[in-house]
Design a protein around this ligand. Structure first.
Ligand SMILES: [Zn+2]
Length: 153
């Protein structure tokens, strides 16, 4: 299971690696780390979710997640984040706003690392919008069969 801490650490490592391999100065390094930190959990916070706890007197409390966008659907679609990353890379090379483009590029690459962590979980991620979810199980790539109950606002 990928926790928020795991995603944040992976995102910061991604930002650090981007800064190291691009041999960037301190301003660019800060922008890469900031963008990577924001993008590390972007597929999750983009769902606009909250946890609701029902308290019981004589049994354990129940918690369930409410989200505006169902969990692991459009915000976790691999091809959309790949396209966003390619577009941010295009802006980085040909765009006018270098700092914004750098921030966007680190954001998108970090979101991709989020998806790489999530694809290893039983729930998996969709490769295409509104498609089936897939996951890596060991070295096998298969359709994810875990279904989470849908809760809306
Ligand atoms: Zn996620």
């Amino acid at each position: 299971m990928s926790s928020k801490t795991t995603h944040t650490l992976a995102g910061l490592a991604t930002g650090g690696l981007l800064a190291y391999y691009s041999k960037s100065d301190s301003t660019h390094t800060v922008l890469l780390l900031l963008g990577a930190h924001m993008g590390a959990s972007a597929p999750d916070w983009a769902e606009v979710s909250t946890w609701v706890t029902t308290r019981h007197w004589f049994s354990a409390n129940e918690s369930h997640r409410l989200s505006l966008i169902p969990h692991r659907t459009i915000t976790h679609t691999l091809c959309l984040w790949v396209l966003a990353t390619m577009y941010s890379l295009y802006l980085l090379y040909y765009g006018a706003h270098q700092y914004t483009s750098l921030l966007a590029f680190a954001f998108c690459v970090s979101a991709l690392t989020h998806l790489l962590l999530d694809i290893r979980t039983p729930m998996g991620i969709p490769l295409l919008p509104f498609g089936k979810r897939y996951r890596f199980h060991g070295f096998q790539f298969e359709v994810a069969r875990t279904i989470q109950q849908r809760h809306g606002w």
